[in-house]
Design a protein around this ligand. Sequence first.
Ligand code: ATP
Length: 563
Amino acid sequence: MKPPPMLGEAPIAATIISSPTQISNPMKSMDSIVSLCKRRGFLFQSSEIYGGVQGLWDYGPLGVELKRNLKDAWWRDMIAGHNELVSPAGAPSSFEMVGLDCTILMHPQVWKNSGHYDLFHDFMVDCRESKKRYRHDQVRGRFVEYRETKIFVTTLAEIEHEADEVRRRGMKYFKLRPKNADDLTVGDESITLDKLDSHDEVLGPDAKSLGTLTEPREFNLMFKTTLGALGGEEDTTFLRPETAQGIFVNFKNVLDSSRVKLPFGIGQVGKSFRNEITPRNFTFRSREFEQMEIEFFCHPSQSQAWYGYWRDRRLAWYKSLGLSDEALIMREHHTEELAHYSVGTADIEYAFPFLPEGEYGELEGIAHRGDFDLRSHMEGKLDPSTSPMTVELNENGKPKYRGSGKDLSYRDEESNEKFVPHVIEPSAGADRGVLAFLCEAFTEDEAPDEKGKMQTRTVMKLHPRLAPIKAAVFPLVKKDGMPEVAQEIYGSLKEHFNVFYDAKGAVGRRYRRQDEAGTPYCITVDGESLTDKTVTIRDRDTLEQTRVKIDEIVEVVRERVNE
Ligand code: ATP
């Protein structure tokens, strides 16, 4: 007779729950997340065999699926799956949504009228000693005091190592030995360079002497390139720093070619490029990244209501895919931060583990942009400091940048009113989204192994819609006809989902590998499968195992993945 079903993580005959135990107060360290991402093929540094390039990242076999799933979820939930016949909860009315896919290279005039050519800059400081360049608001440090001397020591180290690194550099600067460590006082507060009034007493991140950092200077973040072989100044253009402008310049094309009526939104997903001065924090600040942007066009009198709607809707979207309430905030910009034409801008921010406690990083911005963009592309770049806005003029009193001269206004068929629509822009980053979901998913808990002994396990609790692999299929052993049954199940699932087949090693080890990959379900073919045509399906998070009929497995996975 066969022995009775084993405890713990072996496939079982009936439904059991052997719940994992959450490790109390788990520390999500960025180092462990980064190392899991590399080890399991979520993310690699670009051109790594040549030493890598800062701020450029490649998505590995698991990462590409995760990122695609996130973009697909956004496209489905915002654009393709939107029902324009009903008014969704919280919306002022029903509305339409369509998509676009525009080029990365555009007419150079686009960037002049959008404001990026003049204004798209960051402040940076140069180090006279190391010849390196840093973004002013990203260099962190602390005040360090030895005897009567107080200096400000900076570092680019990740936040978890920042205080130690400041201490180490402070000791080195004052030439202190370890036994004199107590003579050095390191301030409790970690602050960024832009909060200081002067750089005189600052030890730069790669400097040996004080006061080597210059005053902050502006630096344009757009990558310049040349169209065509001749390469004159007029052929210079830029890799787009945002996808939004492709939408604005196609506004009329969309109106003329589809029968959309206000209010409606146009969405686009695609690559954007910014020559970030200090790319850092893994993929958070990259030089090449993807955005998921909506430009929502509405009547000016309704724009405030739509702004409120999109803020709430976008926040709810992140939560629906698993970001926790406690880790998310909506940060409204203060009125003094807003352009006068805007009634509001809010950022959805996430408590990334590389930030100090209580700090959040932007995932998405939702901006009320008034009619600035459409009018600028129509009339020439507007001066945002004028009210009502007028075209910015050069020293000869002519428009500084010429507009397209095309009419980008809208005529309401019913009222016959003609106006330039106002725009609400929810602008999300796909890479920052992926990073937030990876950080949120990373969990260490304790779960029983095959012998019922509790072991620490690393599990990526990704929402099933986002999980790179939806289910893994295992034969319990590589004999007795189990592989054949498992391969058949694998084949039928693979027609619908990304699934994984694994027959190697102990089943407990196979479960663990899938836990790390974030696979929500593991399907195991065991001895019973051969007689009663059932398999076990194991839930990654609860460890619950249920027997289901082989005939129903595609439906069961479909139901669970779409839940
Ligand atoms: P930050 O202040 O962090 O530089 P931003 O306010 O310039 O961001 P936006 O211009 O509003 O960003 O871009 C919209 C979204 O695009 C951001 O919320 C973010 O998700 C994403 N994004 C912007 N810059 C980067 C970058 N360098 N790397 C990855 N994603 C980015």
